[in-house]
Design a protein. Structure first.
Length: 281
């Protein structure tokens, strides 16, 4: 196969620009609506009543945009795998049926969560933590939506690698791929938003309690020994890495939400988590 290097460069650049545009536009809209336009109205949903400083948001954005280089590299590789017929992408919905195209989306989300849990777990393992550069993501304790993709490029490469792996192993229609990409992006932003919009009994509701939440991931940034899941907490439950105070802390967040007018002059977070140092090495 003959490779045109200039074409390869342009292709990679296009993938990078698309990834940057998606990040800036989608996260930007969420940030403007929640953090700016509806700031006062939604402040009771804020887990930590303090807002990230401008410098922190710029740092989050810097690392996130730098990580977009991986979309160029992975994008080029995925494109050529598709061109050579190695990916299991199909275009006729009737080939597997509409229900398959719908149901395969949650299945891929479960597989991605499994992949993420284990690479995330080992990134925090003392033997690999320094080599993984995962400390970059933990520079930010009071997370904002801009931190959702704020990781070192090496970590970003490992995470994005899951996409072509899924395409190599599982038949997927473009509609299913699009749904998968939108859902994963949205859940990642919501999980790092710093706002808890879920219902009060969420951690105790059957089936729903297997899902992650903004509070769930917020606790991970406060105490990195726990809560490694991305969308789900199933592996955390199985492996004993679920934060022991998750439900109690979630209840505190909900209590502060309900009593916002009474406690708005106080920080809505327990001082225990304000002072607890991160343990990622």
């Amino acid at each position: 196969m003959q490779i045109d290097l200039f074409y390869l460069f342009l292709l990679g650049l296009v993938f990078i620009l698309i990834a940057c545009f998606r990040y800036i536009s989608m996260v930007g809209v969420y940030y403007l609506v929640v953090y700016k336009f509806l700031k006062n109205r939604l402040k009771r949903f804020k887990i930590n009543q303090e807002f990230p400083e401008k410098e922190t948001i710029l740092q989050e954005s810097k690392w996130a945009l730098l990580n977009k280089v991986n979309f160029g590299l992975i994008g080029i590789g995925t494109f050529y795998l598709y061109k050579e017929g190695h990916l299991k992408v199909y275009h006729d919905l009737n080939e597997y049926g509409v229900w398959y195209a719908i149901l395969i989306v949650p299945i891929t989300l479960v597989l991605l969560d499994t992949y993420f849990y284990w690479i995330h777990y080992f990134m925090h393992h003392p033997r690999y933590s320094k080599k993984s550069y995962h400390y970059v993501h933990h520079l930010f304790k009071n997370v904002s939506p801009w931190s959702a993709f704020s990781v070192h490029p090496f970590e970003g490469f490992l995470e994005i690698l899951s996409r072509p792996l899924l395409l190599l192993l599982i038949p997927l229609h473009p509609y299913s791929i699009a749904a998968f990409l939108v859902i994963t992006f949205a859940l990642n932003v919501i999980g790092h938003s710093g706002y808890e919009f879920f219902q009060s009994n969420y951690p105790r509701t059957p089936l729903l309690n297997l899902g992650s939440s903004a509070t769930f991931h917020y606790l991970h940034h406060r105490d990195s020994r726990y809560n490694f899941g991305l969308f789900l907490n199933v592996w955390d439950r199985i492996m004993g890495t679920m934060h022991p105070d998750y439900e109690a802390f979630y209840d505190k967040v909900i209590e502060n939400r309900k009593n916002y007018n009474k406690v708005r002059k106080e920080n809505s977070e327990n001082s225990y988590y304000d002072q607890k140092s991160l343990n990622i090495s």
